[in-house]
Design a protein around this ligand. Sequence first.
Ligand SMILES: [Zn+2]
Length: 423
Amino acid sequence: MKEFALKGDIVFTSSMEEFSVHSSAYLVVEHGTVAGIYDVLPEKYKDLVVYDKGNALILPGFVDLHTHAPQFNQIGCGMDDELLSWLSEYTFPEERRFEDPDYARELYGAFVDTLAVCGTTRSVLFATIHKHGCELLVELLKNKGLSAYVGKVNMDTNAPDFLTEDTEQSLRDTEALIEHWKGGALVKPIITPRFAPTSTRRLLKGLGDIALKYRLPVQSHLSENRGEIAWIAELFPEHDAYYKVYEHYHLFGDTPTLMAHCVHLTDEEIAHLAKVDVMPVHCPDSNLNLTSGLMPARRMLNQGVRIGLGSDVGAGHAIFMPQVIVRAIQVSKMYAMQHPKDKALTLPEAFYMATKGGGQFFGKVGSFEPGYAADMLVIKTPSYKDRLSVVERLQYFIYHGDTSDISERYVAGKRIDSCEAYL
Ligand SMILES: [Zn+2]
């Protein structure tokens, strides 16, 4: 269907400051993008098909800028550990299982179905080192109709034998997948060194060269944990800051770049992030679960840094982005108690990060301004909530809602089939 309208209570954030609210209005979709929002449909749309959703909320789909598809089966495991022991005790043995195509298909299938059920219409994903598993994940996302960047993980040192790649083979596999995927409209490749400690200099150089050759975006992890930062200083003594390891190899801002966590950055490092427009991805659940720290989101916003949100499954335990929004706000409140100058995040700010803010990585995504991708969720709230305002019902959904409140999901104007959740 090329043109249609959804009618309901439309809410989105065109800026971080406040919600844009259009009560009982029409959201017109043409060729997969938003054509406009109208209180009364103009004459030119008199024959338009309208789906009246009553007083359901119509929101942009959620954008998860950092999560690990193969860690879906370890949610909740090992949460008494910190990052480095958690990786070796839980994550690496689990990622090894993705050598097995049957396991990869089963787990990635459950993960992709759950993304859809949660209303996460766009995501940026880490897979594993395994080429075949990466191909399966892309196929499942395409079949579901979801949009994503998928990264084949690269690691060639400081990891167990079963996850340590031959450097040249790792680069060849990465390039082969890019050649295979690069024409995709909704699912695309992203360069994904796991993090600097599991990368040789040769691997980082090779990945930077590939990123430049194909003009591909980059994702990795930065300054998540103090032990990790100390390890970087030992491994790469030629660089006096963690980010410089990536930057030296063209993996930090030469192409669009996401860096998960960024918990322990100095003011100078934050200023540099803003200058080269690298986006930190705030993963509050993960940072709490692995005792990594409180990300100084307000300090970054004040310096002009753009921030997205990530569920970071399986260090994060909630794949449902409204929960990540709530935790980002709660963490910022704890941070503000220790640093009174840095005010806590508001709900419009955190909602923006999970929609238009993160959506910028995909282009015109995450808002309902004209020309934006028609990624839409229809949210039904209980009838006893009808006396609340539109924004109050949104607040209820974000803080207390769950996937059963989402009755419809659309990506670029196309409805996602209903599917089973594995929550
Ligand atoms: Zn991560």
